[in-house]
Structures are given as structure tokens and as C-alpha cells.
Design a protein around this ligand. Structure first.
Ligand SMILES: O=C(O)CCC(=O)C(=O)O
Length: 285
């Protein structure tokens, strides 16, 4: 892939950068295959617990998990995280061309931050609406003892990555961004039932400038950990699957007890996770 030097400036100005069709179909197929197995495990568990009578084996990734949990929707997984140490996810998290672009923004010591997720955004369920927030707001509020200051979060050289496994549109709950909002630093968030939310009118007025980030499988959006964004509710009949993950300057602290995993290191290349099998042997840590 040809890297455009202006991408860095675009990212700095807008707080995000869309890369169309950067992830190859076999990489997507491998991740989908792993997710099909994870959904299969959920089905087996629900059957064992007597919560379902059918395994819905004839349904595909787009609907099966929704059918499985239709009678106990509050128990449906909102995300998979610890489960992602499987070979089929290596191609996303350690994608060479993607890391080349990431390097433009955070330099050549790159850590996969200990916050990597697959979200099955289920239709018609309040737990799938992700309120307006900054990811840096979570980094800040996760520390209830307030040992982490906003400045610590603002100093992090970190960026977020989001990629859909099915077309993501407004109807099925794509993300929305407020371009340029990353320049405001970490703003106050309040705790809602499932997520944090920005509610201060000083900032909510900016939501009028929101744009929808509609993407296709293979596309990736990189965005600042300080960018205001939300995940719309899924008003379709199918599941909106995506991966989201973060990279950080590997020389900085994570501000979490977990240290993540090195994705690229110019100073010591062998520190980086080298293969899908190595990734599968590691843990969320
Ligand atoms: O997937 C979504 O709808 C929102 C995801 C999000 O807010 C995030 O990745 O920080």
C-alpha cells in the first residue's frame, strides 16, 4: 500500500483517518471463522444450561448469536476480549500495512494496547448503544482512585482502530465522530448503565457536527483516543460485528495493570509478536 505523507496531517486536524480496503479478504475470513467457533461455544453452553432448545446451527454469523440469546438478551455478550488470543485474529492486530500507517502517527515502537475487542452489536437492545464518549475518558475513569490525571491520559500517544466484519451503516449502528473534537483534551464523563457518557452542554452542543462513519469489511478507521464518538443503536435485524483495538507508543505506560503486547519495535524487532501461533499462546495481559 502506498502511504500518503498527508495522512498524518489529516489525522492531526480531524482526529481520524479512514483507510479503505486495507484488510485482505482472507484475513477477514479467518477472523470470521474464529468468531463462528466462539458463537458455537456460546450455543453449547446455553444448551447445557437449558436456556435454548435449538443450536440454530443453520444460521450464519450475521444472525446466530441474536437467535441464541433472544430469550435472555441481557445475558448476551456485548464484547469478546480475553477470547481473542486465537490465530485468526493475528492478521488484524498485526497487519503490516496498517502498522506502517500507525507508525506515521505514533512512531516505530508500537504496543497493542490491552484493550482489544470484538463487538457483536445485537439488534434492538439498549446495551448496544454506546453513548458519546472519548476512549481517553475510559482510561481516566477506570481509575476510580483518581490516581490517573487527565494530563496523563492526554500525554498518551495512542490511537484507536475500528474495522467492521459486516457493512456498518447508520441503520445497523455505525459509529459517529465529531471531527476535531480530539483537540479539547479529556472532558468529563458520567457513568450510565452500560457505558460512560459526555453530558455537559458545553460539549453536547458539538454533537450537531457529527458525521457517520459508514464502512465496509476491509475498511479501517484510525481515530484519536480523545475524539468524541458514539456507536449508534442497531435498528436492523442482523448483528453488526466489528473489531476495535488500540495502539500506543510502546515506550509509554499503559496506565493499566495489563501491559498489552508489542506489535512492532524498531529498537528490538524480536520483542514484537511474530506469528499467529505466538499470539494464540499469549493471554490478555
Ligand atoms: O462499536 C461501536 O458502535 C462503538 C465503538 C466504540 O465506541 C469504540 O471502539 O470506542
Amino acid at each position: 500500500m502506498f502511504i500518503k505523507p498527508e495522512w498524518r496531517q489529516q489525522f492531526d486536524e480531524e482526529g481520524f483517518l479512514v483507510l479503505e480496503q486495507i484488510i485482505e479478504p482472507p484475513v477477514i475470513a479467518q477472523a470470521r471463522a474464529e468468531l463462528e467457533k466462539l458463537v458455537d461455544q456460546q450455543a453449547a453452553r446455553l444448551l447445557k444450561e437449558g436456556k435454548i432448545k435449538s443450536l440454530f446451527k443453520d444460521e450464519g454469523l450475521e444472525t446466530r448469536i441474536y437467535s441464541l440469546f433472544s430469550n435472555c438478551i441481557d445475558e448476551a455478550p456485548k464484547s469478546f476480549r480475553r477470547e481473542l488470543h486465537l490465530p485468526g485474529f493475528y492478521g488484524f492486530f498485526f497487519h503490516k500495512q496498517l502498522l506502517d500507517v500507525v507508525e506515521l502517527v505514533i512512531g516505530s515502537e508500537i504496543r497493542l494496547y490491552p484493550n482489544y475487542t470484538v463487538r457483536p452489536k445485537l439488534p434492538d437492545w439498549e446495551g448496544t448503544r454506546i453513548w458519546w464518549h472519548q476512549d481517553g475518558g475510559y482510561t481516566h475513569y477506570v481509575h476510580t482512585d483518581k490516581s490517573i490525571k487527565s494530563n496523563d491520559v492526554e500525554d498518551l500517544r495512542m490511537l484507536n482502530v475500528w474495522s467492521p466484519l459486516v457493512p456498518a451503516r447508520e441503520l445497523n449502528g455505525c459509529m459517529q465522530f465529531v471531527p476535531g473534537s480530539h483537540k479539547l483534551g479529556v472532558v468529563p464523563h458520567v457513568s450510565r448503565r452500560y457505558y460512560l457518557e459526555i453530558i455537559d452542554p458545553k460539549y453536547t452542543a458539538l454533537f450537531d457536527n457529527a458525521i457517520s462513519i459508514e464502512l465496509n469489511p476491509g475498511d479501517v478507521v484510525l481515530f484519536s483516543n480523545l475524539l468524541f464518538h458514539q456507536g449508534l443503536p442497531n435498528r436492523s435485524k442482523t448483528v453488526r460485528w466489528n473489531l476495535d483495538w488500540r495502539y500506543q507508543d510502546g515506550q509509554q505506560p499503559t496506565l493499566r495493570k495489563e501491559q498489552g503486547h508489542i506489535a512492532r519495535s524498531e529498537s528490538c524487532p524480536s520483542r514484537a509478536v511474530q506469528t499467529a501461533d505466538e499470539w494464540a499462546k499469549l493471554h490478555f495481559s
